[in-house]
Design a protein. Sequence first.
Length: 492
Amino acid sequence: WLGLPTVFGCARLLWCRLYRGEETMPVLAGISSGPVRGTMMILSRRHRMMAAGASGATRKSMGLSAVSRNSLASNAEGLQDAENAEAGSHNGSYTSLGVVNAGEAGKSSLLAVDEGEKKGHEQVTWAAWWQVQLEALKDIFLNYLNILLIFVPIGQYCHMTEMESCYTFTANFLAIIPLASVLGSATEAISAHTGQLFGGLLNATFGNAVEMIMCIQAVKAGLIQVVQGNLLGSILSNLLLVLGMAICASGMLRKTQKFNAQGAAANMTCQAVASISVCLPTMFRGVANSTDYQVLMISRVCSIFLMAVYGLFLFFQLKTHSDLFTDDNQEDEQEGQLAPSISLVLLFLCTMTVAVCSGALVDSIEDVSKVYGLPQAFIGVILLPIVGNAAEHATAVTCAYKGMMDLALGVAVGSSTQIALFVVPCAVMFGWIYDQPMNLAFRNFDTACQMLSVFLVSQVLQHGNTNWLHGAMLMTTYLLIATITWFIPEAN
């Protein structure tokens, strides 16, 4: 329901570029050097040759490369006939038939050379295209984080053999961390071949796919408190922990770090709207004579409004005010990228794998909480968000350490905005689909944490510069919330 427009758009893009002849696959993959330009030059020379008719001097200056002895011999004979015809024109001894024969011989030899050169160019271009794809796949998979992919089959083995819930939970918990990184890389590769608005919708759908899939699995299982805690924890993790560590990493090398305050203010305004949308249904639940059905219907209506606000924010960010979100220090996009076809296959396989692993993880939460005494609030607010935010966490800290603070803010604050305005209402909509009472009436403690965190981060980012002390304050707030969630009693 969510990914169908995205998949349809990508399929249409591939069809236009591959089967309508608008671009070749190498050009689609970002390879437009050497052989492709040579082929286009040969084609343009052929049209000029046909337009020139029987001009022997024009054919002599073509400078064609040798492909085979037969085509060279034929070309030489054609050029010699043309020279003879031209010489005869000065002596008054040539006829129109000789000119026509010379032109036909030169044209046929040129077509033979073109066919041989095009075959050679196609082989070189496809080889270069596959080499670029292999290098891009190496960049995605050959990193230390992907060592944890070994836990994907281990987690499924533990789940299918019904081993202890602790083993199943731990193995699938570790398996989803690298899958989130691969999923994000595949999403970025597809977005690079699309327009800004379509790329924004793609990132909205798959940018937080791990959180989305885990929420769907938990909603389907009826773990409403875990879903609400996971969504709140993802927002708090990005706003407090990830952003705090990024600011501290930048403060290790710089006394102060400047960034685009207007772009950050736009994100925080959206965060405030999302906080209000959670606070109002929570407060309405305490109104006298209010029913759970009324709270549920209010939550669904508010979710529709939130998704509309996120669509407006995408249009604002990518179209009308894109200059507010541009990072001047961000490096240019590299040429070697995955083609859309390979990116779609990788995205599909990774999404299916995450769905399987998250299903096993969710099934083991209740047993882990009962047997080992681990509070479900702590699992939802603290542990599960670490799974989906591990790759973003590393990216934000690395970018901030290199001085790209705007990019770090886009990863940390932008991701939390995406969760608050898109993933949270989508979870409510899936609760509607599965007939589960998923609503926006969180616990009073959860609502207070979200409101106060948004207020604190707004105060930190309002001046357009930060220092390491700001990052320390954000991380301290996150530790305070984590400590309190450990002591939240279970509902039963």
